[in-house]
Design a protein around this ligand. Structure first.
Ligand SMILES: Nc1ncnc2c1ncn2[C@@H]1O[C@H](COP(=O)(O)OP(=O)(O)OP(=O)(O)O)[C@@H](O)[C@H]1O
Length: 675
């Protein structure tokens, strides 16, 4: 063995090794990522010089082989890459590697309390975090090169000698420190390769078996990939998860290099919208499991992979947030997501609608947060509507034809998924099945306003709880008033936002007020008592006021229009829009549930047969006696009952309310059976 050189590594900081060993990282494991990255680089460099015609003969299949020697407690990483000459070892290892080590440590110590993403590009010297001795055995690709062996035992002293190596490439052998013996366990090494090096473009072998996936789908051209490729990749990244709804393949090299695939998952009600799930890579090397700094806030629940060598990684997370390139990357991602949604809207409307319940939440959240994004997507925000394709606009609007493009789609939903909230149950065909089918129509706000312009200009009727507001929706529908379903958790904010954006447009929940079109004005004025000149409405109003004796309830009598009077409710409780919103806001600020207010409006529908009968019943009682006659008492009970039924559509009873409701129901039934 010829000793070529002995000496000290050129470093300016004394005692660099103790620093590397102890204070630099808690994540010692990243040494493996660094060494494998160097091997991948060496293999790629060899390919380049080979393209340039500087290598004689064919290149063998590139590979990286990891070998564990439990007896000697060594771990070695071997590649068939470019290799190094003695001069190169002196230059790159003794000088470059260690001067960059020094630079990094100085920087790191300054930012010691900052969280740095991935501690990336730490380099060769990171091997000293786990090794007490590091050896390099290498043979350069250059014709006639002499193989060399470098070794360093952790002090700045190194030794460079000849080597008998005959294979082109480099082997780095680590003799592990006593407290780092976990790295001679094959399981541990496999786990690390999977975590950090899974998608590196070279086969990594351990015990003769390839242990990395190698194929980085995001680096491939979207044209060459099939739906199954994307789905398979998603399932690989997020096992045991439902398939994603759609995905966006990012691919740009100007003004920054960026590749990635972002998936829209199905949103679960418990999704944490602040936590990122996107994996960050740099040239296919895994960096971090989350990259909140790089992803626009509203896209946080997306999943997938972002890979960019232009994201600065050895800075603190806060510096990253303020980095100009990072901000531009975030804008770029938002734009690409918007483009993808727009093209789906235009070219695959059914698919778009199928995904809307989940995707819509992103879109609305994005519109609230990012003005540029809002402008991009405002025309593709859709709402489920009661309007049926092919149907005329609101009754009475004459030639208001429906938009033939109003999309219809069959929505399939399964128990527990987000669709269920908006999918009316219709399981009659197969009561045991938990798959529901319904045909829903969707519209944009613009289409809605246009369609209903003549009838209720700039007024939007919406429902945010289909089950409890069913009566109100039905009433509107029967009169040809179109109702939008806005029942996602984000919709209350979104409605306020839309009203700010389009200041002429007002949203009213179906139970907030009755549109004039719903009321039969002529019937209202009919005089029923010539002696007092009172209208039927006035008499009924008085009857209810007396029976309920609730001064805070504002009782109004109105004749609801309907082709079938039985089809309308006898009474309805209304909560004026502005008042309800104010209460909801206050409750939100105080972090309480909004209690049902004592002050509300009770509409008594004077055209309903029940109310007509009630009127007759109460009239009978006046004729009979001045005191409370049996029919007067019954009329009284029925008034209270009608009120309770109306209230029930709005809120559940408390224990006391339920008790008296049941008691009264029994009383009413008893009396009716007596008669
Ligand atoms: N397996 C290898 N084969 C050939 N050359 C290598 C190998 N490992 C390291 N080198 C040489 O040593 C140099 C220093 O390596 P080191 O890992 O410290 O830094 P780097 O790879 O240049 O950058 P980074 O800090 O991003 O890892 C490399 O640039 C390369 O020239």
């Amino acid at each position: 063995m010829t000793i070529l050189e002995q000496g000290n590594i050129t470093i300016h900081t004394e005692n660099i090794f103790p620093i590397i060993k102890k204070s630099l990282y808690t994540d010692h494991e990243i040494f493996l990522r660094e060494l494998i990255s160097n091997s991948v680089d060496a293999i790629q460099k060899l390919k380049m010089v080979s393209y340039a015609g500087e290598v004689d003969g064919e290149l063998e299949e590139p590979e990286i082989v990891i070998t564990i020697d439990k007896d000697n407690k060594t771990l070695s990483i071997s590649d068939n890459g470019i290799g190094m000459t003695a001069d190169e070892v002196k230059k790159y290892i003794n000088q470059v590697a260690f001067s960059s080590a020094e630079e990094f440590i100085q920087k790191y110590q300054k930012d010691a309390d900052q969280q740095i993403i991935g501690h990336f590009g730490l380099g060769f010297y990171s091997s000293f975090m786990v090794a007490k001795k590091v050896e390099i055995d290498t043979l350069s690709y250059r014709a006639g090169a002499q193989a060399v062996h470098w070794s360093c035992d952790g002090s700045p002293a190194f030794e460079l000698t000849d080597s008998t190596r005959t294979q082109r490439g480099t082997t780095v052998t680590l003799t592990l420190q006593d407290e780092e013996q976990e790295y001679i366990e094959a399981m541990r090494i496999k786990q690390l390769v999977k975590a950090y090096c899974d998608f590196m473009p070279v086969s990594i072998k351990l015990d003769g078996e390839q242990i990395n996936k190698q194929r980085a789908l995001w680096k491939e051209s979207p044209q060459s990939l099939t739906t199954e490729d994307y789905l398979e990749f998603y399932r690989y990244l997020y096992p045991f998860q439902e398939d994603p709804l759609l995905w966006v393949h990012l691919n740009t090299d100007y003004p920054f290099l960026l590749n990635g695939i972002l998936y829209f998952p199905k949103l679960k009600p418990d999704v944490d919208v602040t936590k990122g799930n996107i994996k960050l890579f740099c040239n296919q090397v895994f960096v971090s499991d989350h990259c909140e700094e790089v992803i626009p806030k509203f896209l946080m629940p997306l999943r997938g992979v972002i890979d960019s060598p232009d994201i600065p990684l050895n800075v603190s997370r806060s510096a990253l947030t303020n980095d100009r390139t990072v901000r531009r990357i975030a804008d770029f991602i938002a734009k690409k997501v918007g483009d993808r949604l727009k093209s789906l809207y235009n070219e695959g409307r059914d698919e778009y609608i199928r995904c809307w319940q989940d995707v819509g939440t992103f879109v609305k959240f994005g519109s609230l947060n990012d003005d540029k994004f809002k402008k991009q997507v405002e025309d593709i925000i859709i709402y489920r509507t009661t309007h049926e394709a092919g149907e005329q606009g609101s009754k009475g609007t004459g030639e208001q034809a429906s938009n033939p493009e109003t999309p219809t789609v069959e929505v399939q939903s399964q128990e527990g998924d987000a669709w269920q909230e908006v999918t009316p149950s219709n399981t009659e065909d197969n009561p045991k099945s938990n798959t529901q089918k319904s045909t829903s129509n969707y519209t944009t706000l613009k289409e809605y306003l246009e369609r209903n312009k003549e009838h209720h200009e700039n007024r939007v009727f919406y429902c945010n709880d289909e089950a409890s507001q069913a009566t109100y929706v039905e009433l509107h529908k029967n009169q040809g008033l179109e109702v939008l379903f806005m029942d996602s958790f984000i919709d209350p904010h979104f409605i306020s936002f839309l009203e700010r954006e389009y200041s002429d447009v007002k949203f009213s929940r179906v139970d907030s007020d009755l549109d004039q079109t719903l009321i039969d004005q002529d019937k209202e004025k009919e005089i029923v008592d010539p002696k007092t000149n009172k209208t039927r409405s006035e008499v009924i109003k008085e009857l209810f006021e007396k029976s309920l004796n609730k001064p805070k309830v504002n009782i109004k009598t109105q004749a609801l229009k309907s082709d079938d009077a039985q089809g309308t409710p006898p009474a309805m409780v209304l909560l004026p829009e502005a008042m309800r919103r104010l209460r909801e806001m206050t409750a939100l600020l105080q972090q309480q549930n909004a209690e049902f207010p004592e002050e509300h409006v009770l509409i008594v529908n004077t055209s309903h047969p029940l109310i007509e009968n009630l009127y007759e019943l109460s009239q009978g009682s006046i004729v009979q006696s001045s005191g409370q006659s049996p029919s007067g008492e019954l009329a009284n009970l029925i008034c209270q009952h009608v009120y309770d039924l109306a209230l029930m559509a709005q809120k559940g009873f408390d224990a006391e309310g339920m008790k008296s409701f049941v008691e009264r129901s029994n009383q009413v039934l008893t009396r009716l059976t007596q008669r």
